[in-house]
Design a protein around this ligand. Sequence first.
Ligand SMILES: Cc1cc2nc3c(=O)[nH]c(=O)nc-3n(C[C@H](O)[C@H](O)[C@H](O)COP(=O)(O)OP(=O)(O)OC[C@H]3O[C@@H](n4cnc5c(N)ncnc54)[C@H](O)[C@@H]3O)c2cc1C
Length: 445
Amino acid sequence: MSHDVVIAGSGPLGIAAARRLAERGASVLVLEQGEAISDPPGSHFRNSDRFVAQPDSYLAAATKYLEFIDDSQPRDALPGAAVTRTVGGQGVIWTNLCPRGDALWPVMSDEEWSARYAVAEEYLFVQTDRLEQSIRQQLIGAELGKVLEATGRKVEELPVAGQFLDGGILHYTGPFDILNADVELRKKVTMRHDRVNRIVTEGHKVKHLETASGRVEARSYVIAGGAIGTPQLLFRSGIRPYALGRYLSYHPLAVCQIVVAPELCSTGDAVDVDPRIQVRPGGETPWFTLVLHDVSPFEPTGEDVEVSPNRLVEIQSICPVDNEEHKRAIFHEEGHVTFDVPLSDADLGRMSAAEAEAHELTGLLGRIRQGCALAWMPFGFAHMTGTTRMSASNDGTGIADYQGRVWDYDNLFLATNGLIPTRMSVNPTLTGVSLAIHMADHIQH
Ligand SMILES: Cc1cc2nc3c(=O)[nH]c(=O)nc-3n(C[C@H](O)[C@H](O)[C@H](O)COP(=O)(O)OP(=O)(O)OC[C@H]3O[C@@H](n4cnc5c(N)ncnc54)[C@H](O)[C@@H]3O)c2cc1C
């Protein structure tokens, strides 16, 4: 046996687990089925010169690496559901927003959650640097505070995973940076281009993985294939607990872009630092509101094609979907996956309330940029969770225990947002990375 632990998947969660295991002295093999799309492999695609020069071209270029499962489907069959097969997974194309989670569950104490988040933030280089220099951050933040703090919510800085380089360019963190932080650690982690076809088990143990290139053996196995790929591999391997794919949650996400009123931004030539404001769920409001200038899915039209970046922000409303047993990914014997996630009246009610709030905030901050009116991103696109959820006991409501170990298997672990069992409203990756670190700490090697 040449490695202590083998990890399937090189996204941010697989690589965070690899780093944590290496820090604890384990030798780790990471198998990734996808090719590199960035240089060095696993670094963020957005760091390339062309997106530094043309930031607005980034989202369209990045989404070419989303393989939609079936984008012709109606809303409840999740036309936006997609996977990315690359070195670094979706961690080379994500937009790096890193709020700590809401709706935490007792997988660890509050102090342990806080400690794990701190490690995850270090791995991902999470920070709120320079926001105090942003004119929009200050003026818009104060304006939002006047109306939103009355709803029991706070207007705060939104952290991002990245470091400012000399010259003020933000270097976005990709999985490569998680490992590259330490040369000695990198030596303990071997990356290999390979696809795991099947997990082969005997009794309560994984014996080996069957991969495209043969058989891979280790003491422990971590499946980190994303919230769709992970349960798909379990299913393909005959590991089919009742909860697999059920209780699925995701984020219906509404976006618009605004031309900010002159009194809330700088209208001069000096480049303003882009703002990132978060308004977390609180009081009676369950959704997550972001006001930021980051990426936009729109093609502006008419007189608004040319607008100074200093005058632009997007409003993003991220709505949670209740975890309910019947909302599910369905895995088929032939290998494909379909979705049945009917939004309930409660889910839809939250979405229309969030939409009304986005219109209200637009009026407060400025006006819609032509061609950039509020639109829902394809349903299923953002932040799938729950597909391999954790449960406190092996009672049919979960796939893995509170250490991330698959129920009934001694040496099979998961690192995926699919473990998140609650209705989380904020972007999940920082929580997923924290869980991957927590899981890695429970692997004996
Ligand atoms: C455009 C975009 C923007 C986003 N922005 C944010 C954001 O701002 N904040 C946030 O929190 N989240 C964001 N996300 C979500 C974030 O990217 C994911 O939460 C994160 O990448 C999940 O990491 P992962 O390691 O679990 O899976 P992934 O990143 O999906 O990586 C899984 C990897 O496993 C590999 N794999 C799967 N099966 C196998 C197999 N059988 N054998 C070998 N390899 C396998 C895949 O090829 C893939 O490379 C965004 C996503 C997208 C698409």
